[in-house]
Design a protein around this ligand. Structure first.
Ligand code: FMN
Length: 272
């Protein structure tokens, strides 16, 4: 079983390839917390790096998983360049459940947070050139049920940068906000948010809106359990989501070229 978390498709593309090549099923991590996985012989965890660490929401989700200590548990982490603390933190969460992480490796792909720092993730597509060789290695090692943690030694830097204070600060700073003047209430952000943290609410401007307006009467509103995956920022067709208070430019919105928008609409209740 391959469990994945993905906002813009990089981790989903990796998870799909692993599932295909290893003949495993694929399941979103957000759906897996309520499922009994104790009969699974092999469990893969595929997710992105956030601030040199696991995405905050994933720590609870992984802690809640029902996995057998006899399973071969591995992780493949996607990142722009450095996974930092991810392997150590994941290893600790699993150990607290009596499970040993058998294998880890990373895949470097475009950094989807680049748009929040005034850079364009779409200018990093050259990183895909190295992905096939890395995936070949990972699949070969996983088929052999290798016990290897491939992690880098940028230890202290990663440890410092992964401290909760810095991380929570980052999350507050990057946390997407809706620009109600641009939002047309189309609900794409609602459907791609893996945290179910966005809802459509009655727009305050409804009564002022011209009757021939294409806009719906609703406007998106973000809640308080955002994990800053930026799925909404990248998917919004109106570029109505801001990060850092900065406007989002269409050319900086990113989705992995192998992944369609509908593939990122996670929860069955939200699939249309
Ligand atoms: C909030 C946030 C923080 C990130 N921090 C890091 C980081 O510390 N190191 C890194 O190499 N990439 C970082 N990234 C980039 C993502 O890990 C990378 O683009 C990943 O492949 C996205 O996966 P997805 O498309 O499956 O969501 C960050 C992305 C976000 C949204």
């Amino acid at each position: 079983m391959i469990l994945y978390f993905s906002a813009t498709g990089n981790s989903l593309a990796v998870a799909r390839q692993l599932a295909e090549q290893l003949h495993e099923e694929l399941m979103p991590l957000v759906e897996a917390t309520g499922v009994d996985l104790t009969n699974e012989k092999r469990i893969g965890l595929v997710f992105p790096t956030y601030d040199f660490n696991l995405p905050p929401a994933l720590r609870d989700m992984i802690a809640q998983l029902r996995i057998s200590p006899k399973s071969y548990v591995f992780t493949v982490i996607t990142c722009g360049s450095m996974v930092g603390n991810c392997v150590w933190v994941l290893r600790r969460i699993l150990r607290e459940k009596g499970i040993e992480l058998a294998y880890s490796h990373k895949v470097s792909v475009p950094d989807n947070s680049a748009l929040a720092f005034g850079r364009n993730p779409n200018k990093q597509l050259g990183k895909f050139a190295r992905v096939p060789a890395r995936m070949e290695q990972i699949i070969r090692e996983l088929q052999a049920e290798s016990h290897t943690l491939h992690y880098s030694w940028f230890g202290l830097l990663s440890w410092l940068l992964g401290r909760p204070a810095i991380e929570n600060g980052m999350i507050k700073a990057l946390g997407p906000k809706v620009n109600p003047d641009k939002c047309i209430g189309c609900d794409i952000c609602v459907r791609v948010c893996p945290m179910e943290n966005i809802q459509l609410v009655e727009s305050r401007k409804t009564k002022d809106r011209p009757s021939d307006s294409k806009q719906s009467d609703k406007v998106a509103l973000t809640g308080d359990h955002c994990t800053v995956c930026l799925a909404c920022v990248h998917a919004c067709p109106q570029q109505a989501m801001t990060t850092h208070g900065h406007e989002t430019l269409k050319e900086r919105q990113y989705r992995n070229p192998q992944i369609k928008l509908k593939d990122l609409q996670l929860l069955p209740a939200k699939r249309k």
